[in-house]
Design a protein around this ligand. Structure first.
Ligand code: GDG
Length: 460
C-alpha cells in the first residue's frame, strides 16, 4: 500500500493530537497505521526571502514525515488573512456583506499554493495518495498537475459550500472551479453542500453530470460526495480529567463552546437566553449560560467587531437580570483546557449550539458524547449546522428566530428523563457510527477506488 500524503494549511503536532482534538486525531491515527507525510505551513512568519524557499524543513515522528515551510508576512497577509479569511471564509458562510475583495490577494493565494506544490512535488512517490484539506488550498491540485503529478488527489472542504448565486459573486470563482476540477474526489460535509457545488458548476456552465454520477468539468472527471466529519468518541470521553466539584448546586447550566467567530451566532444565542429570562421570571437565579469563546483570527477586523458586540451584550444582559448572588451569563473569552471540556459538557443540562452557518460543528457531537446515559442533557442545534443533517433528534432551531430559541431553552430544561434518554440514545448511536475514523477511512477508500479507475487525465 502506498503512502498517505496529507496537506493542510497548518500541520498539527501529531504527538499531541489528542489534545488538539477532532480532525488531528483522525489524521494522526491514519498516519500511525500507514506510512505517510504531512505537509503544510509551519505557523511561522519570516521575511521576504522565504518566498523563494521550496525545500521544506523535514522531521520524523514514527513512520510519519513532517514537511513544513514558512510564509513571508506579505504571503501571510495575502494568502491567509486576505484571501482565505477575508474572502473564502465569509463567502462560503454566505456573508458576502463582509467579504473584502482586494486586488492582489488572490495572486498571493495562488502564489503560495504554487510554492507549496513546488516544494511538495520532489517528495512524492508514484503510488502515494494525496489528501488536501480546506479552503486555503483549493488550487493546490491544479498546481501539482501542472508539474506532472498523476497520483490520486482528494480534497476535503471543512466549511459549507454556499448556494450557486453566492459562489458566483466571487470575482475569481472560475479559477476556483478550475482548481477543484483538478481533484479526483471533492469531499464535502453534507448533501446540501454537494447539491450547492453541483448547482454552481452547472449554473456556471462549467460542469456536466455523467451517467455514473461523476462530474465532467474543465476536461477532467471528478467525484463530489459528502463525508460528514465525526469525533473520536472514546478518545474524547476518555480524556475526562476528574469529576469537577459542582460549584453552583441547584443551578442548571446551559453550555456554549465556540471560537469567537461571527458565523457561530453568539449574539443571537445571548439574545435568546435574555428573551427566555424575560419570559420566564421563575427561572431567574436558577439557570446560567456559560459561554466559552476562545479568541481566533484577531487580525481580521470583523472578529474585533463581534467581540465588542458580545461584550456589550453580555454586560447589558447581566446588568438587566443579574443579582448580587447570581450572574446569568458567564462569558469566558479564553480557551479552556481540552481535558476539562468533557466535565463541563457533562454537568450542563443543555448544550446550546446555534451557528448561523457551520460546515459540521463538532461541539454538538462532543456535547452528546460527554453525557451521562442515565441522566443525559439536551442538545439544541441550529438547522444551519452541517451536523443537523445527521443529528435529527436534537431540538433543531432557526438561529435567526430568537423566540423559537427561547422556547427551545425552556423545552430542553423541562424535558422529562424518558424523553431525554430517547433523544440521547438515537443521537449517540449516530455519533458513534459515523465517527472520525469512519470519515477518514471512507474518504480514502473512495479516493483510492477512483484512482484505480484511471480517471487521472491531466487538465489542459
Ligand atoms: C471547522 C468548521 C467543522 C473550541 N473551544 C475550545 C475548544 N474547542 C474545540 C471544540 C471542537 C473544535 O474546537 C471546534 O470545532 P467545530 O467543528 O465546532 O468548529 P470550527 O473550529 O469552526 O471547525 C466546522 C470542523 O472544521 C471540522 O471539519 O465541524 O464546521 O468550521 O473540537 O471542542 N477546545 C479547547 N478549548 C476551547 O476553549 N480545548
Amino acid at each position: 500500500m502506498g503512502r498517505i500524503i496529507l496537506v493542510s494549511n497548518r500541520v498539527a503536532d501529531i504527538s499531541k493530537a489528542a489534545q488538539a482534538g477532532g480532525m488531528a486525531v483522525a489524521l494522526a491515527d491514519t498516519l500511525r497505521s500507514r506510512e505517510g507525510l504531512w505537509f503544510g505551513w509551519n505557523g511561522r512568519i519570516s521575511d521576504r526571502r522565504s518566498e523563494q524557499i521550496t525545500t521544506p524543513d523535514i522531521s520524523h515522528i514514527n513512520n510519519t514525515t513532517i514537511a513544513t515551510l514558512p510564509l513571508s508576512s506579505r504571503e501571510h497577509e495575502g494568502y491567509y488573512t486576505g484571501y482565505s479569511n477575508n474572502v473564502l471564509w465569509p463567502v462560503f458562510h454566505a456573508r458576502l456583506d463582509i467579504a473584502q475583495f482586494e486586488s492582489g490577494h488572490f495572486e498571493r493565494y495562488l502564489a503560495v499554493n504554487r510554492r507549496f506544490a513546488q516544494a511538495l512535488h520532489p517528495l512524492l512517490k508514484p503510488d502515494d495518495t494525496i489528501w488536501v484539506h480546506d479552503y486555503h488550498l483549493i488550487p493546490l491540485a491544479l498546481e501539482l498537475r501542472k508539474l506532472g503529478v498523476k497520483n490520486p488527489i482528494g480534497f476535503f472542504l471543512h466549511i459549507p459550500v454556499p448556494p450557486a448565486q453566492i459562489f458566483l459573486a466571487i470575482p475569481e470563482h472560475r479559477e476556483l472551479a478550475r482548481g477543484l476540477a483538478a481533484y479526483d474526489l471533492v469531499g464535502l460535509q453534507t448533501k446540501i453542500d454537494v447539491g450547492n457545488l453541483i448547482d454552481y458548476l452547472q449554473d456556471g456552465a462549467f460542469g456536466q453530470i455523467l451517467k455514473d454520477g461523476r462530474i465532467r468539468a474543465f476536461d477532467r472527471e471528478m467525484a463530489i460526495a459528502s463525508f460528514p466529519v465525526g469525533i473520536d468518541v472514546e478518545g474524547f470521553v476518555g480524556q475526562r480529567a476528574r469529576q469537577t466539584r459542582d460549584r453552583s448546586p441547584g443551578i442548571a447550566r446551559i453550555i456554549g463552546v465556540d471560537r469567537l467567530d461571527y458565523t457561530k451566532g453568539l449574539p443571537q444565542k445571548f439574545r435568546a437566553f435574555s428573551r427566555f429570562l424575560a419570559q420566564n421570571a421563575d427561572y431567574r437565579g436558577k439557570v446560567v449560560l456559560s459561554q466559552i469563546a476562545p479568541p481566533t483570527r484577531e487580525s481580521v477586523s470583523a472578529y474585533a467587531d463581534i467581540r465588542n458586540e458580545l461584550e456589550t451584550l453580555s454586560g447589558s444582559i447581566n446588568g438587566r437580570f443579574g443579582e448580587l448572588d447570581w450572574v446569568p451569563i458567564h462569558y469566558i473569552h479564553r480557551s479552556a483546557p481540552r481535558r476539562t471540556l468533557v466535565d463541563i459538557y457533562r454537568s450542563s443540562r443543555v448544550g446550546l449550539v446555534t451557528p448561523l452557518r457551520d460546515g459540521m460543528n463538532l461541539v454538538a457531537k462532543e456535547y452528546i458524547a460527554a453525557q451521562n446515559p442515565h441522566d443525559p442533557g439536551v442538545l439544541i442545534l441550529s438547522r444551519f449546522a452541517g451536523a443537523a443533517e445527521q443529528l435529527k433528534d436534537a431540538l433543531i432551531v432557526n438561529p435567526y428566530d430568537i423566540d423559537e430559541m427561547a422556547t427551545a431553552i425552556k423545552t430542553a430544561l423541562e424535558m422529562p428523563l424518558e424523553e431525554r434518554q430517547e433523544h440521547y440514545d438515537s443521537l449517540i448511536d449516530g455519533i458513534k457510527r459515523q465517527d472520525t475514523f469512519m470519515w477518514c477511512r471512507s474518504f480514502l477508500q473512495a479516493l483510492e477506488r477512483l484512482g484505480r479507475r484511471g480517471t487521472l487525465a491531466v487538465p489542459r
